[in-house]
Design a protein around this ligand. Structure first.
Ligand code: HEM
Length: 448
């Protein structure tokens, strides 16, 4: 029998502000308790102005949401809009969103990605050779140097000079601004989004974002004047784009799209690679098996050969399963009355796919808290059972690039360097803006 939306269980009976605080400070505990109590779908009063949103973790329900994008539309994302702006791919809807995705997609697939292989390899070598034996370092910070350079190369092509150094620094400052759960709080409480001067958290964020905007606008203007038709980077591609009435993109539209790619493209990948390093160096059997697989290729292996290795692929998948960088998909909204998991949903209801809970379902992943790459060798998972990059019309644009980079960097480090974990205590996941990252950034020591 079809039940009404009212009957969907509440994540908790605690006051809403308390639930929101727990969601910000300890999202995994919040979700796990709610799923034990309520199962595959529950109401959670955790996002912005909404009395509640629905969190869903059943693969069948996720399939319906992703496939029926006319009933479950993809509205602007209120959490990231203040960061990426009104013209970002994360915020665009409908036809405009579809067109812009189509335009950007080739830059993150096939041949274009292969071209980044040498760059990724060189950058990994560059950052690793900076370290001397005995040196302790934070893997996440080190890897961010690689992922930031890669995305700058993809977006701008050849880049160097004062403007780019400044841009890199400002981007790191911006992402570091959301490093801890406390600092991330303003994204979830719109009332805290107030400019109370340069020293206030939101005020300093706005100034930082303003400086990034100025640097990008200056670059856009220079590129418009340069008008070089031989360049194949993403900015050149966007500069050539015209809409159906023959209009090109405005400077502000271009700027928001560039910020989106620069931010989405490096934070997430750096986090995923540092988690990968953590598991590989925490579990000697994983490291040995991986090393053996890499050794079977020898040291002249091509990027294509490396990224096709089955055990390396399984290690990356398990890394993205156990602590997915994005714990939720971006939001969906009910456009017309629709049934989901036996409930009749009302127009306007906001729904999030809960990636973390789906990845921890014991029916799919026995002993879900254990890191076992073999599970990905033993069976295949559908895109609704394993979804670190989301799904449907908003599925991550950078998935192929992220996986390519993750595999190459991990392979290069494991094969060529001896490292150990520097901390005795286990690393643990912590909120970092809208993502989940290792709380201490994975402290490691270079052995040789
Ligand atoms: C391990 C690394 C990454 C992870 C885990 C990740 C995860 C995600 C997830 C979960 C979504 C939302 C999908 C949905 O709700 O259905 C998303 C969207 C997006 N990602 Fe990624 N991402 C990663 C790397 C990248 C990279 C390298 C780029 C480079 C450009 C990128 C660009 C984007 C963009 C532009 C969107 C918005 C797509 C849209 O709204 O149409 N991501 N990502």
């Amino acid at each position: 029998m079809l039940r009404s939306q009212e009957q969907i269980p509440q994540a908790s009976t605690a006051p809403h502000c308390f639930q929101k605080m727990q969601w910000i400070t300890n999202p995994l505990a919040y979700m796990e308790a709610a799923s034990q109590e309520c199962g595959d779908i529950f109401k959670a009063p955790i996002i912005g102005k909404y009395p509640y949103v629905l969190l869903v973790s059943h693969p069948q329900a996720l399939q319906e949401i992703f496939a029926n994008h006319h009933q479950f539309i993809s509205p602007p994302n209120p959490l990231v809009q203040p960061i990426v702006g009104d013209y970002s791919l994360f915020v665009l809807e409908g036809e405009r969103h579809r067109r812009e995705r189509k335009l950007l997609m080739p830059s993150f697939h096939g041949e274009r990605i292969l071209a980044y292989g040498q760059l990724i390899s060189n950058l990994t070598e560059k950052v690793m050779t900076q370290l001397h034996p005995g040196q302790v370092f934070t893997a996440r910070d080190l890897i961010q140097e690689i992922s930031l350079e890669v995305i700058l190369q993809a977006v701008f092509g050849i880049h160097s000079g004062e403007r780019f150094n400044e841009l890199k620094q400002e981007i790191i400052t911006l992402t570091d601004g959301f490093r801890s759960p406390l600092k991330s709080g303003a994204l979830f409480f719109p009332s805290l989004q107030k400019d109370l001067g340069a020293w206030s958290p939101w005020g300093s964020f706005l100034r930082n974002k303003g400086r990034i905007s100025q640097l990008l606008l200056a670059e856009i203007q220079e590129r418009r004047q340069e008008g070089n038709p031989t360049r194949s980077d993403i900015l050149s591609l966007l500069l050539e784009t015209k809409d159906e009435s023959g209009e090109g993109m405005t400077d502000e539209q271009l700027r928001d799209e560039l910020i989106t790619l620069l931010l989405a493209g490096q934070e997430t990948t750096a986090t995923a690679i540092s988690w990968g390093l953590y598991w590989i160096y925490k579990l000697p059997e994983v490291r040995d098996k991986l090393h053996q697989e890499l050794a079977s290729l020898g040291d002249k292996a091509t990027p294509m050969e490396i990224v096709s290795l089955p055990y390396l692929t399984a290690v990356c998948q398990e890394t993205l399963r156990i602590y997915p960088v994005a714990i939720l998909t971006v939001p969906r909204e009910v456009k017309e009355p629709v049934e989901l998991m036996g409930y009749q949903l009302e127009i306007g209801t906001r729904i999030y796919g809960c990636i973390y809970l789906t990845h921890h379902r014991p029916d799919l992943y026995p002993q879900p808290k254990q890191f076992k790459p073999e599970r990905f060798l033993d069976r295949q998972f559908t895109p609704y059972q394993f979804l670190p990059f989301g799904g449907g019309i908003r599925r991550c644009l950078g998935e192929a690039l992220a996986l390519f980079e993750m595999k190459l960097v991990l392979a290069k480090i494991v094969f060529n360097y001896q490292l150990t974990l520097a901390d005795k205590q286990p690393e643990y996941p912590q909120r970092r803006g809208v993502t989940l990252a290792p709380a201490r950034g994975v402290r490691m020591m270079m052995q040789g």
